[in-house]
Design a protein around this ligand. Sequence first.
Ligand SMILES: C[S@@+](CC[C@H](N)C(=O)[O-])C[C@H]1O[C@@H](n2cnc3c(N)ncnc32)[C@H](O)[C@@H]1O
Length: 215
Amino acid sequence: MINRLARTIPERAHRPTVAGADHPMRKVTQQIAHEPHGWDSARRAKVAELFDGLAPDWNVRFTAEESWPCIDDAFSRGGLDAAGVHRWLEVGAGTGLATGRLAELLHSPAVAVDVSLEMLRRFDVRGGSPVLADAGSLPLIDGALDLIVAVNAFLFPTEYDRVLAPGGALLWINSLAEFTPIHLPVEDVVASLPNTWSAVWSEAGWGLWAVVRRS
Ligand SMILES: C[S@@+](CC[C@H](N)C(=O)[O-])C[C@H]1O[C@@H](n2cnc3c(N)ncnc32)[C@H](O)[C@@H]1O
């Protein structure tokens, strides 16, 4: 079941329309989510190299506040309860633009995973732990997490299903909604995950968010 909530945080003006349906990163995002061999070591190396190159300018081109309306809205209306989240991880955290706000709302320090060393070198969140690791192959046992957060990050359906405990949730955020290069509609996120999942989602500011759980 997918429950779309009416927007309560107004649309922000002048949303950058940096990526459309034909953006190369959109195709990669879809292949990773939908195709069994969409992610391999060659692609991982290429993606890491790309983001290593983007890292020096990342915090100049993007600001922390872009994803915050989505984070705040998801926590107030998405059924996320900080008291029930003891073990959480942000995947594709980059320089940590979203991480500080997540840690604040969850009242616990962040573990932030990324494949790009240059992004992590610029990770700047007090108390947060940046970890060089691949979200497609997490160094975690099955059922290790209560929450995975993916802000403009790839969806690895079988891996997220594996490491989430029963009752665990995925918080999916695209901070420019359908203009985010790494974007999937909520219907695709739910359909890509193994077995049956449900979602509650909405739009906030420039972006969209979804809290996705096993049904
Ligand atoms: C579009 S950036 C988003 C960064 C940050 N979440 C933000 O919104 O500013 C995507 C990030 O995902 C990272 N990434 C790509 N593939 C990954 C993987 N398999 N595992 C972990 N991180 C990955 C990239 O290196 C990059 O830092």
